[in-house]
Design a protein around this ligand. Structure first.
Ligand code: SF4
Length: 285
């Protein structure tokens, strides 16, 4: 035993969208006579993916490996309209696990486009979710990841713009971009499509005070929402470590009386938090 104090984020781990996606895939694996395919990892959690593979889920990196008329899983991040239409030529058996928050972002972008607004997506242009949102605008949106990106497009913003956001972005980034658009005197409308789960997880980290010496964020290195939590921790000048699994915790980060905050991204199983707590509690000095 040691004197380390541990505070665990109430909202650490699996979000509603990830639980829903896993449930839909498990039902498909139970009920379908056909092979069930997922194009890319269903969620950013290698342990959960392995479990689903044991239950016969087939993860493919290339669509060429999809066997016609099998079951196709649309991931919680969504899919581009072009890819969805292509899949529809290969099977009618599509299970759509797109998270309702992602659907909302897609629909907002589509509505802005229909109203004749120039759509701006705040997010990472290489992320599959952002590509799926952009496809709802006919791939006509401008994608900005920071206020500097606005410099490249400011001369093209002659008509009113409609702003939507990748669901896992930081609220602070959206606020910065809105402030920059105001300075540019651009006419715009905003739909804050950052998901409630991501917002709550971010808030618990951004509201941490001086009582915390160390933040540990558990979740996939490719997970956008997890990475954002670690970024917020670092921006508060609190020593922050982003790890994929509880067993990656290192004794070197601790002293006997440190106060630790433990949180986890939306794809992280709550068991990892319990394991992390046990590992920390068992440290001796
Ligand atoms: S993090 Fe938010 S948007 Fe992403 S799957 Fe979870 S609830 Fe949906």
């Amino acid at each position: 035993m040691n004197n380390i104090k541990i505070k665990i984020a109430e909202n650490a781990g699996f979000c509603f969208g990830v639980k829903r996606a896993i449930g839909l895939v498990e039902d498909a694996l139970k009920n379908s006579k056909e092979q069930v395919y997922c194009w890319g990892d269903l969620i950013h959690n290698p342990v959960m993916i392995k479990n689903l593979e044991k239950k016969s889920l087939k993860i493919i990196d290339n669509l060429k490996d999809f066997k016609e008329n099998s079951v196709f899983i649309v991931r919680s991040h969504g899919i581009t309209l072009e890819d969805l239409n292509l899949i529809k030529t290969k099977t009618n058996n599509i299970i759509d696990t797109t998270c309702p928050f992602v659907k909302k972002a897609q629909n907002c972008a589509e509505n802005f486009k229909k109203q004749g607004l120039q759509v701006i997506i705040v997010g990472d242009k290489n992320h599959v979710e952002v590509k799926s949102i952009n496809s709802r605008t006919g791939n006509q949106a401008f994608i900005v990841n920071n206020p500097k990106d606005l410099d490249k497009i400011k001369n093209k913003l002659s008509r009113k713009s409609g702003i939507v956001c990748q669901t896992t972005q930081k609220n602070s980034k959206l606020e910065e971009i809105i402030a920059s658009l105001k300075k540019l005197k651009v006419d715009f409308e905003v739909q804050n499509t950052i998901c409630l789960d991501a917002t709550k997880k971010q808030k618990t980290v951004s509201e941490l005070g001086n009582e915390i010496d160390l933040i540990i964020v558990i979740g996939g290195f490719h997970s956008s929402n997890t990475t954002k939590l670690a970024e917020i921790g670092k921006s508060k000048k609190i020593k922050t470590f982003h790890i994929e699994k509880a067993k990656d915790i290192s004794k070197k980060w601790f002293s006997d009386s440190v106060k630790v905050f433990l949180t986890a991204g939306a794809s992280t199983h709550p068991n990892e938090i319990i394991k992390a707590k046990k590992i920390i509690k068992s440290l001796t000095f």
